[in-house]
Design a protein around this ligand. Sequence first.
Ligand SMILES: [Zn+2]
Ligand SMILES: [Zn+2]
Length: 247
Amino acid sequence: MRVPIHVLNEWRPEQTRKTGYLPADGVRPHLNESDYSTRIRPGTIIVFSDRRAYEVIEVKERPLDLWPEHFLNEWERYAAWWVEQAVAGRDMGTQPEKATWEHRPLAITIRPADQPAAKHQHYAVRADRPFYVLPEHYSVCRLCNEIPPCTHVITEARVEHEMSKAEALMSIPAGACLSCGEAITSRMKATRFPGPNLWRPDLGDNSAVFHARQACSGTADSYRSQWQKRGHHELQPEIPGSAGDDS
Ligand SMILES: [Zn+2]
Ligand SMILES: [Zn+2]
């Protein structure tokens, strides 16, 4: 199975594009329900954590005296910051109130979606925290019961991605840029790293070279940091037309 590369960085379920918003004052008050967004109600199936499906039983405001401590701390920090800004003359709009603060904790009650008899679980969640919403006939991985793409599939995709990167690197011809694999002509600026080639030792000493252009600089930077960790610091910028680009 092909996992899009962005999922490797930020997980999102394959089978839904729908985001659910909690039923609370001030949270997306003008929400248009569509294939992409919905209000979370009792019965809504959400991905809560650990890539598992939960059915929502209830969402309630949490009394101010029952806020978990980190919410309290965050609120106090935020309220103090707000006052500071206002005192400094910045236009801050109306003063936020604790009871309607968008990051206030709500009390959410859920249970595993596939276990109607399971014990209810209670959590405090930020009022403006969105959740992925699953269709009633959602699918899970046969092996681990996670919502796809599951942890295993992602790990496999990551390994595959690293391997194809390694293959691409191994096919770069001598003298070409180690980022894009294209030749470096005599008119192009380039950065050459003296010493052993850390990525392609088979190319010999002083062979690590990158185009100086923007597109290749990110890869050159990651080479540079590895190269500096090896104790190298003397970088010679390549002058166009000089030795080293004659291949
Ligand atoms: Zn799995
Ligand atoms: Zn390049």
